[in-house]
Design a protein around this ligand. Sequence first.
Ligand code: PEP
Length: 245
Amino acid sequence: MRREIIAGNWKMNNLTSEVETFFKDFGALSADTKRQVIVAPAYPYLKTAGELARECGIELAAQDLYPQPEGAFTGMIGSKMLKDLGVSAVIIGHSERRHILHEPLDLIREKVRFAQEEGFHLIFCVGETLEERQSGEMLNVLTTQITSAFDNNLTAAPEMVTIAYEPVWAIGTGVVATPEQAEEMHSFIRKLITEKYGYGDSRILYGGSVKPNNINGLISLEDIDGALVGGASLKAESFRALVNA
Ligand code: PEP
C-alpha cells in the first residue's frame, strides 16, 4: 500500500508573517486525511516553519540540498544545517533548477546519492518541456532524467524515494495535464522503476497546476500517489482542501 503524499513547494514565496499565518490557519481548518503532508519553505524560513509545522503534523522539506555536510561552499546549504532545522525531505531536480539554473545531470545525480546517504526522503522531480512533448520526445526525456540519476545510485528504501512527474508546461501555467496524459507518464515511470530497479513501491506524485478543483481527477488514478503543489500550497485554505481532498 503506497501512502499518498501532498507536498507543497513554496519556492521563493511566503515571508515570516505569511508563514505564521499559514500554519495558524491550516491548524484551525478541520483535518481529514491519512496522507503524508510535507511543506518546503524557502531556507530562511525553515526554522519558523519547522516549529509550527510539527504542531500541525506536517513534515518539513528543503527545496534543494548541496551534496556536502558542511564546509567552504559559499551560498550553499548542506545536510548538517538541514538536519539541525528538522528537515526530513529534500526536493532534488526541480525544473526551475534544471532550466533556470541549468543544473547539470551529474550534479543532480550527486545530490540524489547524497540525499539518500544522509537519510532524507528524496523527492526527485522529472518532466518534459512543451517542445519536448510536441516533438514526441517526452518518454526519452523522462528515461534520461531518471536513469542518469538512479542507475547504480539507489540505496534508500523505496518508500524514501519519491518521484514527482512535473511537466514543465504545466508548472505555474494553469494548464494541468489531463488525467490521461498524466497516467500515461506515471505508468511509464512505474514500469521503468519497477523493471530497472525493483522500486515499484516508490511513490510517484503529479505536479503542475494542481488545484482543489482538479486534484481528485488526478490522484484517483492508479499510478498517481499524490501531488507536488506550488501556487495552491501557499495559502492554508487551498492547501488544506488539497490535503483533505
Ligand atoms: C511546482 O513548481 O512544483 C509546481 C507544481 O507548481 P504549480 O503547482 O504552481 O504549477
